[in-house]
Design a binder for this molecule. Structure first.
Ligand code: SAH
Length: 238
């Protein structure tokens, strides 16, 4: 059985044509992209993604995947299970003349069987909270990354504050996201993600929270992991 929710995939396919419009439903992804990419590169250290084999899991229309390719990755593979976002991603890279990014419709678990230990860096952002079994995705990422390589996750915490901010605030009050984008029960506590990482042999190196200021419309990284948060993990060397 495939670890995907068809309704979730349909949601992203229906909006796919607006993926690269920075004023659309995808505005938050455009807004956070430089922030998360700079953080990823800071964690990676000298050279950042430069010269690295990179995999982006749940890449959607390719906002992060294409940006990593532009920053000089050796190659970037973006995977997703929604067809339309992948088509948009391919077309955008073609039009932008970015040659070192490729997109495929394949489940991360299937790719892990096909290409074990093939990647230096894996990113899996804003995706785990849309999947029936997030720990299976974590496990697959651990199998795909080379020993010593990095895996980055970002998702949404599950508590009263995240319900108030990520659902009521973002979807109903500020209307940053369409209603129904997120489902509270699928949110993931940092302790739960940490357990999945440990079980998969991934060590958590750094954790950051992401804050949104509704007055300035700006996102910042900080210590508060109460709503949106990011994990930087490293696969233990044998
Ligand atoms: N990671 C991108 C897109 C986030 S939107 C970014 O941060 O910019 C969430 C994406 O996860 C959508 O493209 C959706 O199609 C994808 N997704 C949802 N369930 C998935 C699954 N089971 N396997 C792969 N991708 C999935």
């Amino acid at each position: 059985m495939i670890n995907a929710d068809p309704q979730e995939l349909a949601k992203f396919s229906d909006l796919a044509h607006r993926w690269w419009d920075p004023t659309s439903e995808f505005k938050p992804l455009h807004a956070i992209n430089p922030l998360r990419l700079d953080w990823i590169e800071a964690v990676l250290g000298a050279g950042g993604v430069g010269g690295k084999r990179v995999l982006d899991v749940g890449c959607g229309g390719g906002i992060l995947a294409e940006a990593m390719a532009r920053r000089g990755a050796l190659d970037v593979l973006g995977i997703d299970l929604a067809q339309k976002p992948l088509r948009v991603a391919k077309l955008h890279a073609l039009e932008a003349g970015v040659g070192n990014v490729e997109y495929r419709e394949v489940a991360v678990e299937a790719l892990a069987a096909e290409k074990p230990v093939a990647f230096d860096v894996i990113t899996c952002m804003e995706m785990l909270e849309h999947v029936p079994d997030p720990s299976s995705v974590v496990q697959a990422c651990a199998g795909l990354v080379k020993p010593g390589g990095h895996v980055f996750f970002s998702t949404i915490n599950r508590n009263l504050k995240s319900f108030a901010f990520a659902i009521v605030g973002a979807e109903y009050v500020l209307k940053l996201l369409p209603k129904g984008t997120h489902e509270y029960a699928k949110f993931i506590r940092p302790s739960e993600l940490a357990r999945a990482c440990r079980q998969a042999g991934l060590q958590i190196e750094r954790t950051r929270g992401m804050d949104y200021n509704p007055l300035t419309g700006r996102y910042t990284l900080g210590d508060d992991t109460g709503v949106n948060y990011l994990f930087a993990c490293r696969k233990e060397a044998p």
